[in-house]
Design a protein around this ligand. Structure first.
Ligand code: UD1
Length: 364
């Protein structure tokens, strides 16, 4: 009897995590074995440069279904996704729902699936920041409370799950699908136009990304941050691909320093080209700290906690906290050439999706 697996993607950081899974379904001949999939885009991110570009660049097939939920409060998005996905499942139930990461779409689809007695597999299960002021932490905890199969990126995640009483046979330590995508594309990275436009040189500029409310919602705080970074690294340039949320606040600031170069959110290949050649990355993202670790680029994270501690203990990342003054010394160290080289975390080897496919074949 044939089986149907749903693969859910909703927001930018999901797309690079699902791409290798779809590839592995093909290389493991799932279709010939009677295992079919539906790719479901919730529409949480809908701008071309937050969504479609990633599908094009990473060769992800056009979604079979787009729930088109769009923007809204967390509860509005959750509710709309649940209602729309439930409808799809009622019309044609699947045998397994695969969710990735920690965005609102991840949580909403797992709830809708489980309430209809459909098993959920969570890729990147078990990671915890233990900071419930972050919406992603709530999403992780709720998703993992009802997940049937946990595919994990680290031993720390395994331990978190064990502590929460998850049985060993439900935990599969497979590695990191985001890194599968990075390693597959590392030789295809693409120099963006702003490279030539700004005369950028390897190791002589920095990349900054910010979108967490704690860093960007208060204009006075954002201004302070921007001033510190600009002054500390001058005359080096700061490339700042700006999230829609951050742009609104940034444009209201009295000061937009000359060495900060704004760009629209970038595609995958161009963004990672910039990261690979940067002196340092300043970010409040989680996923980027994994990519800098693998590319061995120093990374400073403007958060108090991380759900990815191996990027600090094994990799090149350091937690700074949210006080921008704390950036000054580490930035000076990095420009002086004093920074840890880091190692690659266990199983972040480019073969994670293959391991996942082998396991899925057994469990679906
Ligand atoms: C979401 C994820 C976050 C992830 C981030 C990466 C949750 C809770 N958060 O946060 O974990 O790191 O994506 O980008 O799921 N907007 C647009 N165009 C779009 C999408 C959003 O302009 O295509 C605007 C919205 O109108 C809103 C803001 O961006 O004002 C926030 O979007 P939302 O999807 O709510 O969350 P993110 O902050 O992007």
């Amino acid at each position: 009897m044939s089986k149907l697996i749903d693969i859910i993607a909703g927001a930018r950081p999901n797309f690079m995590k699902i791409a290798p899974i779809i590839d592995a379904f093909k290389s493991h001949h799932f279709e010939q074995k009677g295992i079919n999939f539906r790719l479901i885009h919730t529409g949480q991110h809908y701008d071309k440069n937050m969504s479609e570009t990633f599908f094009d660049e990473l060769g992800i097939p056009h979604p079979d279904i787009n729930l088109q939920v769009g923007s809204g409060t967390q509860a509005e998005q959750t509710a709309k996704i649940m209602v729309a996905y439930e409808q799809i499942l009622l019309e044609k139930p699947s045998n397994l729902c695969i969710v990735v990461g920690d965005v609102t779409s991840t949580m909403a689809c797992s709830i809708a699936a489980r309430k209809l007695h459909i098993d959920v597999a969570h890729i990147e299960g078990g990671i915890r920041s233990y900071d419930e002021t972050m919406p992603e932490e709530i999403n992780r905890k709720v998703t993992d409370a009802i997940t049937n199969y946990f595919f994990t990126t680290s031993e720390v995640a395994n331990q978190n799950l064990r502590r929460e009483g998850i049985k060993e046979e439900k935990i599969f330590f497979v590695g990191n699908t985001m890194i599968d995508t990075l390693l597959k594309n590392i030789t295809r990275l693409k120099q963006p136009k702003i490279w030539a436009e700004n005369g950028l040189k390897e190791q002589a500029y920095i990349v900054m990304t910010l979108h967490r409310p704690a860093n960007v919602d208060d204009p006075a705080n954002l201004l302070h941050l921007v001033k510190i970074v600009s002054e500390t690294v001058a005359p080096n340039k700061i490339i700042f691909p700006i999230h829609p949320r951050t742009r609104k606040v940034y444009e209201s600031l009295d000061l937009q320093p000359e060495n900060i170069i704004l760009s629209e959110p970038m595609g995958y290949l161009e963004f990672n080209y910039l990261v690979k050649n940067a002196k340092v990355v300043i970010t409040d993202s989680g996923g980027i700290t994994e990519e800098t670790t693998v590319m061995k680029v120093p990374c400073l994270t403007l958060r108090d906690s991380t759900e990815r501690p191996e990027t600090c203990t094994v990799g090149t990342n350091q937690l700074i906290g949210t006080d921008p003054n704390k950036l000054i010394e580490p930035l000076k160290d990095i420009f002086a050439g004093n920074w840890k080289k880091g190692e690659i975390p266990e199983l972040w080897d480019g073969n994670t999706a293959d391991r996942i496919a082998e396991i899925l074949e057994r469990i679906v």
